[in-house]
Design a protein around this ligand. Structure first.
Ligand SMILES: C[S@@+](CC[C@H](N)C(=O)[O-])C[C@H]1O[C@@H](n2cnc3c(N)ncnc32)[C@H](O)[C@@H]1O
Length: 224
């Protein structure tokens, strides 16, 4: 559907987070699972940062490339998986993952992110988190629908990041629910959208309503 900012809080939350980071024109940033490239484009345009955007999905890559071309931004857009991404060790000052870790093999992806980050570099994630322990059938419903291997609580994220070697791990709770988004929605729709996708979108909204107050997100900030 070409959604820009397919993460809780949208671009406004991304802007708020980077307001407190030391990012500038000398920073090299990797946007993991960049989707259609909205965040990557913002970081390049607003801070003049050198940005690399990567995603596993060829349609996302195509949309991200066309966005960079449209706005004449020198963002490098690469298709690949963050579970194994063939770039050199210690390449990036910042790595960002906005609603991506939830969908991948987390220990493998975190190991790769740690490797790609420079010493002292920052890793920032915005990830789906449950506020309370779910009963087995609710957990299964969420895992099945979103294709997740696990549904994590705040302390689980914290433990995974610590195990991967990150320091100063800080997990921030969000005041807005997953149904609230202050950013203006953006769609770069494909010409032919499978009608099933509209059904899936409605099911997604139903799940957000059903688990309001339980299904949430956390911002996880840490340093290598
Ligand atoms: C919920 S979307 C978020 C997209 C973008 N970060 C945003 O906020 O708009 C999740 C993205 O992760 C990508 N993704 C899933 N598995 C991945 C992997 N192993 N490596 C890189 N990207 C992946 C998907 O293709 C999708 O674009």
């Amino acid at each position: 559907m070409g959604v820009g900012g397919a993460h809780p809080g949208g671009l406004n939350l991304t802007k708020e987070i980077f307001n407190t980071e030391k990012i500038d024109g000398n920073s090299h940033v990797l946007d993991v699972g960049c989707g259609t490239g909205q965040t990557a484009a913002f970081l390049a345009a607003h801070y003049g940062a050198r940005v690399t955007a990567m995603d596993i999905n060829p349609i996302m890559i195509e949309k991200a490339k066309s966005r960079m071309k449209q706005y004449q931004l020198q963002v490098e857009v690469i298709q690949g998986s963050i579970e194994e991404f063939p770039l050199k060790d210690s390449t990036f000052d910042f790595i960002l993952s906005e609603s991506v870790l939830s969908f991948v093999n987390k220990p493998r992806a975190l190991k790769e992110i740690f490797r790609l980050l420079k010493n002292g570099g920052r890793f920032i994630a915005n990830e789906l988190t449950v506020n309370e322990q779910l009963n087995p059938s609710s957990k299964e419903e969420i895992k099945q629908f979103y294709g997740l291997d696990s549904v994590l609580m705040e302390q689980d994220w914290d433990a995974l990041f610590e195990q991967a070697g990150f320091k100063n791990v800080k997990v921030l709770m969000q005041k807005n629910s997953m149904l609230q988004n202050d950013s203006i929605p953006e769609f770069h729709s494909s010409e032919n959208i499978d009608p099933e996708l509209y059904t899936i979108m409605i099911q997604h909204l139903n799940i957000l309503m059903k688990y309001q107050g339980i299904l949430a997100n956390r911002i996880i900030l840490c340093t290598k």
